[in-house]
Design a protein. Sequence first.
Length: 254
Amino acid sequence: MREQMLLLKELQETESLIGNLEKDHQGVLRADETRQLFADMHALQKNIDRMEKAREELSMQYKREEILLMSRQTQRQQVENSLYGGTVHNNKEMMQIQGRIQQIQDQIEKQENGMMGIMETQETLEQKITEIAERYTQIQQGLKLKERENIAYILELSKQIKALTVVKNNLRERICLDLLAMYDELKRKNGTAVSWLQGDICAKCRVVVPGYVIRGVREAKAFVYCETCGCLLISHTPSEKKAVKTKRTKNINL
C-alpha cells in the first residue's frame, strides 16, 4: 500500500513539473517582448516610408525650381544683351532695362535661397532617415536574436517535457488501475491528489489532522484522506522523519 502511495506522490510531482514546463513553453510563444519588437519595427517602417515620400517630394520641388532658375537666368541674359546691343536710344530706356535686370536678379537670388533651404531640409531628412533605419536594423537584429533564443529554449523545454512524460507514463504503469482512477479523480476535483502528513499537519491545507487519522496514515493499511482538503495522506518513513527533523523549517507545499 505504502509503495503505491509513494508512486502516486512521485507521479503528482512529475505531472506538476510537466505542467510548469508547459506554462513556460506557452509563455515563450505568447511573449509580449517579441510582439513589442514587431510593433516597434512597424512604427519605424511607417516613419521611414513617410520621410522617404517627403524626400521624394522635395527632390521634385528642387528640380522644378532648378528649371525655373535656368529660365530666369536666360531671361536676364537676354535683357542684358538688349542693354549692351546698341538698341537703347536714351537714358529712360536704359534705366528701364537696368530696373528689369535688377528685378530678375532679385528673383534669381530669392529662388537660389529657396533652393538652398530645400537642400538643407533634404540633408536633415536624410540624417533622420539614416538614424531611424539604423534603429530599425538594431531592433531587427535583436528580434532575430530573441527568436533564436526562444527557439533554443522551446527545444530545451520540449526535451524536458518529453523526458518527464516518459517518467510519468512509466509511473502510471506501475500503479494499480483502481488507485490510479482515484488519483485522477481527486486531482481533477482538487488540483492536488496526494499530500504529505508532516507531524500532525496536512502539508496541502496546513490544518491539524485528528489523531485517529494520523494512526491510519502511519499504519498504511487503507487509504486515508484529509478531512479538510480531501487529499490522500501519506506519512514520511522513519528515515524521512529524521531528515525532516534535521531540516526543521522546510515545508512541502503541494
